[in-house]
Design a protein around this ligand. Structure first.
Ligand code: HQG
Length: 186
């Protein structure tokens, strides 16, 4: 069972390691890594005291494996979800034939027109599990799961990437590859 404190610290780490490292006076290297001692020191100065042991525990038990250490535990990075520029160094990987995207009902008219856009993130995030997509969709409103014809996209030359924690990334999903639910009246 992940404690409330762990969830809070994990959200703070996501903020630092994906979006605003400057909040604790750090910058990410090209691949998104930061030095662990400097991170802990920066957090301490910002009023968030985390020990190395606690950080290891948070990384190990995180529900979506959002963070990774280097083998020697000297550096840490977020596995995905950045808004700051980073090159995660992922290689294009063949996706399952079907992937899922969880969204909210009120976004559908615009997704119908433009397809899935990456918005503030570096990529559109897709999942190989419908259940995971439902949870992602709930964050934005009434959840809708869109089925994506990833096999066809790949055959037509689109690159897919898989993060360390199993999220599928793609640059854009044009509407023609999206299977929209037919009954949207309820
Ligand atoms: C929607 C979480 C209108 C898109 C999750 C989504 C995920 C459009 C929202 C990860 C659109 C962006 C990412 C269009 C896309 N018109 N709306 N043309 N194209 N959208 O949070 O996928 O907890 O940036 O459907 O588990 O919800 O952060 O992306 O609803 O893996 O680790 O615009 O975040 O992981 O929202 O979530 P987000 P997302 P973490």
């Amino acid at each position: 069972m992940v404690s409330k404190r762990h969830t809070r610290v994990s959200k703070f780490l996501s903020l630092i390691l994906r979006h605003q490292p400057e909040l604790v006076n750090l910058s990410l290297d090209e691949a998104g890594w930061v030095n662990v001692s400097q991170l802990l020191e920066g957090c301490r100065k910002a009023g968030v005291k985390i020990t190395l042991e606690e950080l290891k525990e948070i990384v190990r038990t995180n529900d979506k494996r959002r963070f990774s250490f280097t083998r020697d535990f000297k550096y840490i990075r977020a596995n995905q979800g950045h808004s700051v520029e980073v090159q995660l160094g992922l290689q294009p990987t063949s996706p399952p034939i079907t992937l899922f995207h969880g969204t909210a009902k009120h976004f559908l008219p615009s997704i119908f027109k433009e397809g899935l856009l990456k918005k503030k993130r570096h990529h559109v995030h897709l999942s190989d599990r419908r259940s995971a997509a439902v949870e992602v969709g709930k964050r934005h409103g009434f959840p809708i799961v869109l089925q994506i014809d990833a096999g066809k996209m790949e055959r037509e030359g689109v690159d897919f990437y898989r993060t360390e924690n199993g999220v599928w990334l793609v640059d854009h999903v044009p509407p023609k590859y999206i299977c929209f639910p037919t009954d949207l009246t309820e």
